[in-house]
Design a protein around this ligand. Structure first.
Ligand SMILES: Cc1cc2nc3c(=O)[nH]c(=O)nc-3n(C[C@H](O)[C@H](O)[C@H](O)COP(=O)(O)OP(=O)(O)OC[C@H]3O[C@@H](n4cnc5c(N)ncnc54)[C@H](O)[C@@H]3O)c2cc1C
Length: 447
């Protein structure tokens, strides 16, 4: 016999926790289902940064109130406790294979602005989940770890989720089961989405990493066995640890060999001479165009489920919160005999702040390293021309815009000196599906 709830939330990631919190705080009976046996231990790779703190993202400025240890979203007016460690991040450094550095955010200038100079913070995701678990339990959410939802069925006024031998019935369901959402797939919500590629990640917590500068995010690009390779190195919330990720959209890339290249052979190898791997993670992400209409048959999607590649932690939290509020409003409206607008408030918000506001094609092209410029010499030449300091940003959409603007300024030089490279760069204006066509043929979405 199914357990009966107002709302079933599938997935206890950033989106699911915030959805459950919003609905629970409004007095709804909420079940939060998570396939992992321990919802406070994250298992999927994540850089554990919260970015976009010096600008708006999805209609909000996100901040950290260090006095009261709360993360807050001031425009939408919610916050939650995070009492773990954190570090301020002031910018990004992008390195070419020969070690040329593009500076995104001048460290000293940004630090002079104090807390307002940071582009984001690094945080500890396990501790954040611990805090969120306490918050949802405090508002009477029933948390069910170890439930892998495998079936969702809907009727005119209810939805049932089944998995791991249990069944849960709700008036609504929030799908917050991440980028490879089984719920979205079962509901047919991936139909009509454009498939670009899969993105593969191998990540480590490492001690002993010695970067040239503190409090910045580092990205280094290179080539391993003629395939584009990149490494992201993030200062972890715990100062002596770095969160290191190898990424590729090419399933032929050997991420362990890529790791070996950056840590033992590339110009950045000295940064790793005393480094030790402490914990490992991985990810394999389906990359689609976004879900345009995030509601179908009493199922509302939140977080990475509906986004292109990812919404990032705070986009997931924000959409989770908004989804929980939307269901609360809809249930109140239904019971009060009012016109039901709660769901359309959410779908309109989704369309206005995400679908229509951001350039998803431009965003997904951030992972085309190795597919446009195909050898080290070209990458060294093109990015070596960028000498200006790029405005400080760690925002999934504006960072790319700043870099493209800096690149546009050096295009006349490239045109003059290397028309062969200019011709290759023009491929960037092709649809993302064309740029990824070769690797997409070799990948398939995880289901
Ligand atoms: C390598 C890498 C680095 C990243 N770095 C950053 C970063 O620095 N900053 C940032 O903001 N974002 C980063 N992200 C993205 C960020 O991790 C996601 O955007 C965020 O976690 C999305 O939250 P979510 O709740 O939508 O989904 P998820 O975090 O994926 O949570 C989904 C939850 O649903 C559960 N679940 C899945 N299927 C089922 C099922 N069938 N039944 C029950 N439970 C299920 C999962 O176990 C999981 O707990 C990174 C991602 C990757 C891969």
């Amino acid at each position: 016999m199914a357990k009966r709830y107002d709302v079933i939330v599938v997935g206890a990631g950033p989106a699911g926790f915030l959805a459950a919190k919003a609905a629970g705080e409004n007095g709804l009976k909420v079940a939060l289902l998570e396939k992992n046996p321990d919802p406070t231990r994250h298992t999927r790779a994540c850089g554990e940064t919260l970015g976009s703190m010096n600008e708006y993202y999805m209609g909000n400025i996100t901040g950290y109130n260090s006095r009261d240890k709360r993360l807050f979203f001031s425009s939408d007016g919610f916050s939650f406790k995070y009492n773990g460690p954190y570090q301020n991040l002031y910018g990004v450094r992008m390195y070419t294979p020969n070690g040329h550095k593009i500076v995104i955010g001048d460290l000293e200038e940004q630090k002079k602005k104090g807390d307002y100079g940071k582009v984001g913070i690094s945080f500890d995701k396990d501790i954040m989940f611990q805090c969120l678990l306490e918050e949802v339990k405090a508002c009477s959410v029933d948390v069910f770890p170890g439930i892998n939802v495998q079936k969702v069925t809907t009727t005119a006024n209810s939805v049932t989720a089944e998995g791991s031998g249990q069944s849960f019935e709700g008036s609504y369901l929030i799908a917050a089961d991440g980028v490879n959402s089984r719920v979205a797939q079962m509901m047919g919500m991936n139909e009509g989405r454009t498939y670009y590629c899969n993105l593969y990640a191998l990540s480590y917590y490492m001690s002993g990493v010695e970067l040239p500068e503190p409090n910045v995010i580092v990205r280094v690009v290179g080539f391993v066995k003629e395939r584009g390779a990149e490494i992201f190195i993030m200062p972890h919330a715990t100062e002596e640890i770095h969160n290191v990720s190898l990424l590729s959209a090419d399933p032929r890339a050997d991420l362990e060999a890529t790791c070996d290249y950056f840590m033992n052979k590339a110009f950045c190898a000295p940064w790793f001479k005393n480094a030790k791997k402490l914990r490992s993670f991985s990810a394999n992400e389906n990359c689609y165009s976004p879900i345009i209409d995030p509601y179908k048959d009493r199922v509302l999607v939140a977080g990475d489920v509906g986004s292109t590649q990812e919404l990032e932690n705070q986009g997931a939290m924000l959409s989770g919160w908004k989804a929980g509020q939307a269901i609360s409003t809809a249930i109140q409206e239904e019971n009060l005999g009012l016109e039901v607008t709660g769901i359309s408030q959410y779908t309109n918000w989704w369309k206005e702040t995400y679908i229509n506001y951001y350039d998803h094609e431009g965003y997904i092209k951030a992972f085309t390293h190795g597919l446009i410029l195909t050898v080290e010499e070209e990458v060294n030449y093109v990015y070596g021309l960028v000498k200006e300091t790029v405005p400080a940003a760690w925002h999934p959409y504006t960072l790319g815009v700043h870099i493209r603007q800096a690149m546009a300024k050096v295009m006349p030089i490239i045109q003059e000196e290397r028309p062969d490279i200019l011709q290759k760069l023009q491929r960037r204006s092709l649809p993302a599906t064309e740029i990824y066509a070769e690797v997409a043929k070799l990948s398939k979405p995880v289901s």
